[in-house]
Ligand binder design. Structure first.
Ligand code: DAT
Ligand code: MG
Length: 142
């Protein structure tokens, strides 16, 4: 077990639907700590850096456009194994396939061409978390 930090985004669909508080409630109920939180509009530079691994894929531009479509909330969460733990709370990428009980399974609606509208992002490894925290919260970069 390791105490670690993860970068979570409540995406613009979550913001628009008023689900930010529900996502934060689930994070806190799980026992994770909120380290930093910012309601913001993503810049193109932030999104290009954040989604660099997906550049060139067919869903890249729709994803970036969607992430630019309104405010989102960036959150740094801390806790034991919270990187894997939050991915588990979030559920599968496609909300239709995400299990009941997960954020995407319980609250996600769209899929197919709109699979990017799956409410949350969570870092997928310690390396990704460090990279993503530096993008959204430079003051916390390690
Ligand atoms: P995750 O967010 O579960 O880590 P990912 O990193 O593979 O998933 O992809 C980033 C986002 O891109 C994901 O949240 C939704 C979107 N996406 C992924 N695969 C997609 C696809 N086949 N079609 C449309 N959007 C997709
Ligand atoms: Mg990912």
């Amino acid at each position: 077990m390791t105490t670690e930090r993860s970068l979570i985004l409540v995406k613009p669909d979550g913001y628009r639907r008023g689900l930010t508080g529900e996502v934060l409630r689930r994070i806190e109920a799980k026992g994770y700590t909120l380290v930093a939180l910012d309601v913001t509009s993503a810049t193109q530079e932030q999104l290009a850096a954040h989604y660099a691994e997906h550049e060139g894929k067919p869903f890249y531009q729709p994803l970036v456009d969607f992430m630019s479509s309104g405010p989102l909330t960036a959150v740094v969460v801390e806790g034991e194994d919270c990187i894997r733990g939050f991915r588990s709370l979030a559920g599968a990428t496609n909300p239709t396939e995400a299990a009941p009980g997960t954020i995407r399974g319980d609250l996600g609606r769209d899929w197919g061409l709109k699979v990017q509208q799956n409410i949350v992002h969570g870092s997928d490894s310690p390396e990704s978390a460090a990279r993503e925290i530096a993008i959204w919260f430079p003051r916390l970069a390690s």
